[in-house]
Design a protein around this ligand. Sequence first.
Ligand code: SAH
Length: 261
Amino acid sequence: MIHFVGAGPGAVDLITVRGKDLLEQADVVIYAGSLVNPQLLAYVREECLILDSAGMTLEAVIAAMERAEAENKMTVRLHTGDPSVYGALREQMDILSAKGLLFDIVPGVSSFCAAAAAVQAEYTLPDVSQSVIITRMEGRTPVPSRQKIADYAAHGATMVIFLSTGMLYKLQTELTAGGYGEETPSAIVYKASWPEEKVLHCRIGTLAQTAREAGIDRTALILVGDFLGSSYSRSQLYHPCFSHGCRKADPSQLAYSEYKK
Ligand code: SAH
C-alpha cells in the first residue's frame, strides 16, 4: 500500500497523528526534500529506505513505489503542506491506478493555514471577504488564460499567492492592474511555522521592496486583502439576535454586542 501523506507546513509537530503513525511504520519514505522538514525523518524505523524526491523524476518516483509494492512493502510519499495544493499528486495517482496499485491520502496542514496562524488573521471576515483565492503567478508552469492574478484581483477577495516570491514586482503590478489599490494591506510570510519564520506586513505597492530588504526570495506566501485591515462585521452565528439549530435568539444579551463595527 502507498500512502500520500501531508507533512504539514514545516514544524515537526504539525504533521497529523495519522501521518506520523504511518511514518513510524513505513518501509520506504519518498519525501519532497526541498520543503519537507528533514526532522520528520527521525520518526522512521532504522531499516526504512529514505528517498529524496527533489532529485527524482515522476518516473523514478513511480519506479521506487512499484519496487516497494513488489516486495510487499509499505510506502509513505511525504508531501509538503497538504498534497492537494500544488502537490503534483494527480499524475502520481493516475499512474498508480493504471498499474492497479492501491493508495490513499492523509491530509496535511497546508502552508496557507500556517500563514494565517502566523499573522493571527482570519481569511473570511463578514462584509470584507467570504472567499479565499489560492493562486500563483505564471512562471515556468503556465496558468490558464482566464485565471491570471489580475482577473482574480478584480473581486477584492482574500488572495493567497503561492510560488511567486521571486516575481513580486510583477505580482504587485498585476494586482493593481486588476483593481486592488496600492494601499491594500498585504503580508509576506516566510517559512510559516519553521523556527526561522518571518512575517512582514506591507502594502501591495511595497511587496517587492519589502521582500528585497528582508532578503526573501523563496518559500514564502503572499497574503493580500482587507482581511488584514481593521474593519469587519461580527458574525451572525454568535449574534444574540440570530437563532439557529443549536441556539435561540436572546436579544436581552444585546448589551454585549458592541463589537459590531
Ligand atoms: N502543498 C504545499 C504547497 C507546495 S508548493 C502546501 O500545502 O503548503 C510550494 C510553495 O508553497 C512554496 O513556494 C511557498 O510559496 C509555499 N510554502 C510551502 N511551505 C511554506 C511555508 N512553511 N511558509 C510559507 N510558504 C510555504
